[in-house]
Ligand binder design. Structure first.
Ligand code: GCB
Length: 595
């Protein structure tokens, strides 16, 4: 009997806690188009490597009740960190820190009874639990995608106390996993907001031009509740579009709308249109572009014309600040250098980067490649890891599928064929196809083999069958010595599909001159020659659809040990950590001017 009571008590305890924990939700479409208040700025933090904070329930704002009462902690008067911002670059002691940090702040709001209130986080790396006014309200895993928590029932008019427990441990079952070639910046690295919506609001929408037809716009809108026969008005004033849609029993409305005199978005003319959606209680606006995108044979077609991808990659990092990029100003810094290089496509390496970058890139006429960090070493046998990948993937697609600039969904980077890898990645591909059929699917492969008999590069990987474009990372002249002269090398990889060189390059320390034939000189001359050699090889690839050198800027990585030439930096940048262009930059700039 006693045992039974204990079980009952335990069950009750678990249930009560479960009820309290609202799961983080997928963020609503276009959060920047909503009514919001930013909670950015200085937050108080407690650094907690031993995970001691739970014992003291430091997420509760406990007042002292008597003279004998005391607290062995306080948020106020201690370390303060900027939000957004990684912790590593803000405090010298936290440069290499991988552990837990508690973030806290007070904020004040005025509640109206007829609205929903959400907490929105652009990204928190890597895992977090959120507490509002002493109650656990949700949690999230994954450092590069947004999430929201509906706090309508626990937020109060006046002062509120918000606490986040954030950790950036690396884990075997995580995405990315234990080892990767970039800095593990921890913290609340993107905007935090309070978002208010009416009770019935527009939750998601997906608006884009038909894959092939230049005059047909497809619209899908989902309300927050399953309400039938609700009217939704879509207007695009510059195209004389004004259409009433009506929801079905799931609260969803859709239509295909014929338009006249549409100027399609392209890198040369990145035309965007004001689009507005309105219900009887909610209105939301944003600028959208429209374009056709498909593959025919070995070519990618944008608006019916073959397009050559003049790509470049960068991490979400400002090298000079040695920290994560997070602001509009940071986006300008990164993208203006990509523009100066002459690129028309950016591979956002190796994870979804912040919305300032994505939206500004679209305005500036860049096509985009976006991927979640399925980067080598992923545990493809682990079902929980697959679930995490599907969630991250969905979060990425839901955030960005209205961006016409999005050209590629990258499925994975440098994976080895195996049964478990194939079934894992096929699930990701299915998820993509379910949510969005207007993008090209690709993956970066690196298991390319040299066939000495035919003097040809080849790839055997059945995953290629499921992709529109095959992408190859190949570091000739750096990790692999040249087997014969670059101009004599042939490529025979998926000859009927477009082939994209998604990574190539080599390291050079800015300002270091040396022998152009000796890799270990780490010189600008060697890197410059390596670029010339690779371009010479690439131009004879029969199904070449574009290239993306690795990488625009030198970036920080604890993976890079060479004390003189690297010292914690990957030096493959065309631009140094101090912002100077290396000799190889000019080789690519010339090449892009000619193509
Ligand atoms: C790769 C990876 C990239 C690395 C790069 C390198 O293949 O995709 O993330 O940084 O090589 O520099 O080795």
């Amino acid at each position: 009997m006693k045992k039974k009571l204990v079980y009952l008590f335990l069950l009750l305890w678990v249930c009560c806690n479960q009820v309290q924990i609202a799961r983080a939700q997928f963020a609503m479409t276009n959060v920047y188009g909503r009514k919001y208040v930013l909670l950015n700025g200085k937050w108080d933090v407690i650094i907690d490597p031993y995970l001691h904070g739970h014992k003291d329930s430091i997420y509760k704002d406990k007042p002292l009740k008597s003279k004998s009462d005391f607290k062995e902690y306080a948020f106020e008067g201690g370390v303060r960190l900027n939000v957004p911002g990684d912790w590593n670059s803000q405090y010298p002691e936290l440069k290499y820190y991988e552990g837990t940090v508690w973030y806290a702040r007070h904020f004040s709001i005025k509640r109206n009874s007829d609205e929903n209130v959400f907490l929105y986080f652009g990204a928190v790396n890597y895992q977090c639990t959120v507490y509002l006014n002493g109650t656990k309200v949700g949690g999230h895993e994954g450092g590069f995608t947004p999430f929201q928590i509906n706090v309508t029932d626990c937020i109060v008019s006046g002062d509120n106390f918000l606490v986040l427990e954030v950790n950036n441990y690396r884990n075997k079952d995580a995405i990315p996993a234990l080892l990767y070639d970039w800095w593990n910046y921890g913290g609340i690295t993107r905007d935090v907001m309070i978002v208010k919506t009416p009770q019935l609001y527009i939750d998601h929408y997906f608006i884009q031009l038909d894959k092939y037809k230049p005059d047909l716009i497809h619209v899908k809108v989902q309300l927050s509740e399953k309400r039938i026969n609700e009217n939704i008005r879509i207007t695009i004033p510059a195209l004389n579009v004004l259409r009433q849609l009506s929801t079905d029993s799931t609260g969803m409305a859709q239509a295909s709308i014929k338009v006249k005199r549409l100027q399609r978005w392209s890198p040369q003319t990145p035309q965007l249109y004001q689009v507005q959606l309105a219900t009887r209680s909610d209105t939301i606006k944003e600028e959208l572009g429209f374009r056709n995108l498909y593959v025919k044979g070995k070519q990618i077609y944008l608006n019916g014309n073959p397009v050559f991808m003049k790509g470049i990659s960068f991490h979400e990092e400002i090298a000079q600040r040695q920290g994560r990029a997070f602001s509009q100003q940071d986006a300008v810094t990164l993208l203006s250098e990509a523009k100066a290089l002459g690129a028309n496509l950016i591979r956002l390496a190796h994870y979804p980067q912040n919305e300032y970058i994505v939206r500004l890139a679209e305005k500036m006429g860049f096509m985009l490649w976006e991927e979640i960090p399925l980067w080598q070493n992923i545990d493809f046998t682990n079902k929980a890891t697959l679930q995490k990948a599907l969630t991250m993937h969905t979060e990425m697609i839901m955030r960005d599928r209205n961006r016409c600039a999005l050209t590629f969904w990258g499925i994975a980077n440098e994976t080895s064929p195996s049964k478990s890898r194939n079934s894992f990645l096929k699930e990701i591909i299915n998820n993509c196809q379910k949510m969005d059929t207007t993008r090209l699917l690709t993956a970066a492969f690196d298991k390319v083999k040299w066939n000495g008999d035919t003097q040809t590069f080849e790839l055997e990987d059945t995953l290629t069958e499921y992709l529109d474009v095959i992408s190859i990372n190949k570091y000739m002249g750096w990790y692999h010595p040249w087997p014969i002269k670059p101009s004599e090398i042939s490529w025979n990889i998926c000859p009927d599909k477009p082939l994209f060189i998604s990574e190539f390059g080599g390291e050079a320390l800015y300002g270091q001159s040396g022998d152009a034939t000796v890799a270990s000189s780490w010189s600008e001359e060697y890197q410059e020659q390596l670029y010339k050699d690779n371009l010479e090889m690439f131009i004879s690839i029969p199904n070449l659809t574009g290239i993306a050198p690795w990488i625009l800027f030198d970036f920080r990585s604890p993976y890079r040990f060479h004390p003189l030439n690297q010292n914690g930096w990957n030096r493959k940048g065309l631009i140094s950590d101090q912002g100077y262009r290396k000799k190889a930059w000019y080789v690519i700039n010339e090449f892009y001017k000619r193509h």
